[in-house]
Design a protein. Structure first.
Length: 485
């Protein structure tokens, strides 16, 4: 029986282009899908870093212009991880300096509707009878607002026969634009309706995907429930609740070849659950790298994050003085909101030797923090899935997390009961405020002071299977049902 043909449409894909968790997922899930026998292929915009890296790419088919969408070419290529890919080659839209969504100054590209409308339309064409190449997808897997129009284009096509699925990685980003884009993107006027792409008088790419897709997934079971209610539904809760029978939460995995303390080339000393004493060399390397004092027995907390309200870093900054007086040390690698950056810099200067920070993102530092910190702090107000709490457990660095979304699903709170049954892997707090976070940090510090308990929590986390195989099989089951139906 031929392998099901799955087109994975994404605006980013590690290691070529990545701004957050979606890039990591797109770089790993298609690999896992192919490993279980699916013909999964990726479609990705032709940003300069992508075109430069894929030197073997060759023209495979043309996409004709439509309304304001320009002509483009599909390049056939192979991603570094060996996955077949289609690159949407349109220099007028993609060949520019800056990031995938914003210019060098941090402002959104004015033509983002065209840039991601073209990506979505190309994906729909690859799954249609008008496919510009010989390969034709049996199902489109769209991701976030940037590919949200792919299910719409597929459903509104002449045959409308190709099923689609959309994954919500973060509901906060919805791709909302002026109503004139409906015509500019070649969508039928009738689609600009409540039962269509219209959202409060404008067009929403994400709403389009949620309405037209045959199935909706999000990146953890708890988040799937949270987004059906007003508090976390970001205005989409009514639609999501109405489509709850098509909504599934599937917890992300991680790339266990990249995130593996036993084979990680970016850390100071490699180790596993049988040789946790070697982890201390990473702690010392982290302290030296950041100019911290070097006691081996003081609790060292790490964070690699974005400085945004969502990530809750402000909650940690609110209690920095109290945490450092426990005593403890903190290392933060982050970038984002300029006011939070300034606040972090001021606190770092005031607590030299105990608090250290790096403004920006650095992959090597991210690995060193995971390996060198004693515990990892994730105080997110909401977190659809999260990956760092999985990295942390794999690295024997118990996470301290707010019990929301994927954090709630992937971390087992350290209690007398979970210690007794061997499932404790971290420390949860249950209200998004500084006092609750401080309570969890204190519990973490108490456990850290008991070597037997601490080793047990570390080893429990390191024993968990964070590979993508489980998630891939859950996605494959949905694909099979939609293709058959």
């Amino acid at each position: 029986m031929p392998a099901p043909r799955i087109l994975y449409a994404t605006p980013e894909c590690a290691p070529l282009v990545k701004t957050g968790g979606l890039g990591d997922v797109a770089g790993a899930l298609p690999v896992a899908l192919r490993q279980i026998g699916l013909d999964a292929r990726v479609i990705l915009p032709g940003y300069p870093p992508v075109v430069a890296a894929l030197t073997g790419a060759r023209k495979a088919g043309r996409i004709d212009a439509l309304a304001r969408l320009p002509e483009a070419w599909l390049l056939k290529a192979e991603l570094p991880q060996g996955i077949p890919a289609w690159i949407v080659d349109c220099p007028a839209l993609y060949d520019r300096e800056g990031g995938p969504y914003q210019d060098a100054g941090g402002d959104d590209w004015d033509d983002n509707p065209l840039r991601f409308g073209l990506l979505a339309r190309a994906a729909a064409l690859l799954a249609s009878s008008q496919s510009p190449v010989a390969w034709r997808a049996q199902l489109i897997h769209a991701n976030d607002w940037q590919t949200g129009l792919a299910p719409a284009y597929a459903a509104l096509a002449d045959d409308g026969a190709t099923p689609s699925i959309i994954t919500i990685h973060n509901l906060a980003f919805q791709g909302i634009f002026a109503p004139h884009w409906v015509a500019d993107l070649g969508l039928p006027a009738a689609s600009f309706a409540v039962d269509g792409v219209e959202y409060h008088g404008r067009i929403s790419f994400l709403k389009a995907g949620l309405f037209y897709a045959n199935a909706i997934t999000t990146v953890s079971p708890t988040y799937a429930g949270e987004i059906q209610h007003e508090a976390m539904g970001m205005g989409m809760h009514g639609l999501l609740a109405a489509r709850r029978d098509r909504l599934t939460g599937i917890l992300n995995g991680i790339d266990t070849t990249v995130w593996d303390p036993a084979n990680d080339p970016l850390i100071a000393a490699r180790y596993d659950a049988t040789a946790l004493r070697r982890k201390s060399a990473n702690k010392k390397a982290l302290q030296i790298r950041f100019g911290l004092e070097t006691p081996s027995d003081m609790l060292l907390l790490g964070a690699v994050t974005r400085l945004t309200t969502q990530k809750g870093v402000d909650l940690l900054l609110d209690i920095v003085d109290a945490v450092l007086r426990l005593p403890a040390q903190i290392v933060i690698v982050a970038t984002g909101d300029k006011a939070l950056e300034r606040r972090l810099r001021t606190l770092t200067a005031a607590w030299a030797g105990r608090l250290a920070s790096f403004i920006g993102f650095d992959e090597t530092l991210a690995h060193l923090v995971e390996a060198g910190a004693d515990a990892f702090v994730m105080p997110s107000r909401f977190e659809p899935s999260g990956l760092n709490q999985m990295y942390s457990q794999r690295y024997g660095t118990p996470p301290i997390v707010h019990a929301t979304g994927g954090l709630a699903d992937s971390v087992v709170d350290c209690t007398l009961q979970t210690l007794a049954d061997g499932t404790a892997t971290g420390f949860k707090f249950f209200a998004p405020n500084a006092d609750a976070l401080m309570g969890a940090i204190k519990r973490c510090g108490a456990a850290y002071g008991d070597a037997r308990i601490w080793r047990q929590v570390q080893r429990n986390g390191m024993a968990r299977d964070w590979s993508w195989n489980r998630a891939a099989r859950e996605y494959a089951a949905i694909y099979a049902r939609l293709i058959a139906g």
